[in-house]
Design a protein around this ligand. Structure first.
Ligand SMILES: NC(=O)C1=CN([C@@H]2O[C@H](COP(=O)(O)OP(=O)(O)OC[C@H]3O[C@@H](n4cnc5c(N)ncnc54)[C@H](OP(=O)(O)O)[C@@H]3O)[C@@H](O)[C@H]2O)C=CC1
Ligand SMILES: O=C(O)CCC(=O)C(=O)O
Length: 417
């Protein structure tokens, strides 16, 4: 799998620049929105199980807070970089604006490989990182959530650490928490549920039927595995899946419930009975109707975009398509539903979790899913209409909506006297 060949921040800025140009934003407004508002780099020690003290580096970047508190996940990965976190923070700003929830954009990351850390080491790292970035955090200022390689347990440690410093429980400072400490029904599945709604709407737009669609999903973590299950339940034929160990393929359809059980038991998809083993690269080029990248940035590149067979790409991951790939795929008539719309279900239910924590009143899973469904459907329609009205693609439609909303909030607050 090719990663980080292209700098994701360059991609994010170029996407913004095109929208700013089309919207005719002033040079001053472009300068404000192009750069992150705040960036914090932290270097901190963690005691490892063998007694050694190891130094780790982490980041928290707030891109924009003009529409509300900074919001965005925390990623643990050996490939985290400041530019990656900057890009992810900027995408969060547009994502929250595109679905109309009152947050700005932020993201955080720590350079580490949790696959090689014990639960104790991971807890000490999570707590120390939270302490280091706590100058930025707060239910009204900056609210983290899960992203790659972080989960409800990590969120619980982060919330507990922040609360210890305050002297009382502050559930609204973190979302994606376990239910027992103020988490929301439906948050674990929310990103994938949003992807399902968006896929359904995109299928309708293209006059396709779920039962006649074959699907490939790259990534089998929180987003990828639940998306595969939900699309399988919607009637699609899932023919390809992958995780870091590689891809599995069956043109007749993969038994998704079996794949879920197998991955849980074996810690990987590699070896799944009834499927052919392939590489992650080959997976992206499989014959299928719908491709759902749900792992990393820069998966669809200038190199492989010409060989992608899918007719519809749903960007469940953040930034899976480089600028070059985007251009090639658009020229080839492939429909791409952009990340800032396709994966916005996660932050939407994070918003519900934050609201519930602040009001100390909790909703049922049915209420959560219904509100999520409404917001995702409405946002898809708004993006599609904007794209049609401006004779552009869905990515630019989403950007035009989102950037205009953030620019309006910035203008109206009068932030450049
Ligand atoms: N969690 C959320 O709520 C949201 C997540 N996203 C985005 O969705 C994407 C996935 O996030 P999430 O599911 O939470 O993360 P997870 O950590 O739960 O899962 C990531 C998946 O990607 C796989 N993966 C990692 N590296 C590679 C690689 N080099 N090649 C192939 N597969 C790889 C992992 O494999 P393995 O399991 O073997 O490590 C795992 O299956 C990210 O882009 C994230 O930013 C977007 C919105 C919200
Ligand atoms: O739930 C959230 O607050 C943010 C999730 C996230 O990091 C993302 O949408 O990329």
């Amino acid at each position: 799998m090719t990663t980080h060949v292209v700098n994701p921040y360059d991609v994010a800025v170029a996407q913004f620049d095109e929208a700013a140009e089309r919207l005719g934003l002033s040079q001053a407004m472009r300068a404000i929105l192009r750069k992150p508002k705040r960036e914090l780099t932290v270097n901190f020690p963690v005691r490892m199980d063998d007694g050694r003290v190891e130094m780790f580096t982490g980041y928290r970047v707030q891109h924009n807070i003009n529409r509300g508190p900074a919001k965005g996940g925390i990623r643990f990965s050996p490939e985290v970089s400041l530019d990656e976190v900057r890009a992810l923070a900027m995408w969060m700003t547009w994502k929250c604006a595109v679905v109309g929830i009152p947050f700005g954009g932020a993201k955080g990351g720590v350079l580490c490989d949790p696959h090689y850390m014990s639960p104790g080491e991971l807890e000490r790292l999570s707590r120390r990182y939270t302490t280091e970035i706590s100058v930025l955090l707060g239910p009204n200022s900056d609210i983290p959530a899960p992203d790659m390689n972080t989960n409800p347990q990590v969120m619980a440690w982060m919330m507990d650490t922040y609360s210890m410093h305050q002297g009382y429980s502050v559930p609204a400072v973190i979302t994606g928490k376990p239910l027992a400490i103020g988490g929301s029904e439906g948050r674990l599945e929310a990103t994938a549920r949003g992807v399902r709604v968006i896929t359904r709407e995109a299928i309708r737009m293209l006059d396709m039927l779920p039962e006649s669609c074959s699907v490939v999903v790259q990534g089998f973590g929180n987003v990828g595995s639940i998306t595969a299950r939900l699309l399988h339940e919607m009637g699609c034929k899932v023919v390809g899946l992958s995780d870091i160990s590689g891809g599995v393929y069956n043109p007749e359809g993969i038994d998704v419930p079996l794949a879920l059980r197998y991955s849980k038991e074996h810690g990987q998809l590699y070896g799944l009975p009834g499927a052919q083993m392939i590489t992650n690269q080959a997976l992206l080029e499989l014959p299928c109707d719908i491709l759902v990248p749900a792992a990393l940035e820069n998966q669809l590149t200038g190199e492989n975009a010409g060989r992608v067979k899918a007719r519809l790409i749903i960007e469940a991951a953040n930034g899976p398509t480089t600028l070059e790939a985007d251009r090639i795929l658009n020229q080839r008539g492939v429909t791409i539903v952009p990340d800032i719309l396709a994966n916005a279900g996660g932050v939407t239910v994070s918003y519900f979790e934050w609201v519930q924590d602040l009001q100390h009143l909790f909703w049922t899973e049915q209420e959560i899913n219904q509100r999520l469904e409404e917001i995702m459907t409405r946002s898809f329609v708004a993006v599609r209409e904007k794209a049609q009205e401006q004779a552009t693609n869905l990515r630019m439609g989403a950007y035009l909506l989102a950037v205009a909303r953030v620019a309006e909030a910035t203008e109206i607050r009068g932030v450049y006297p």
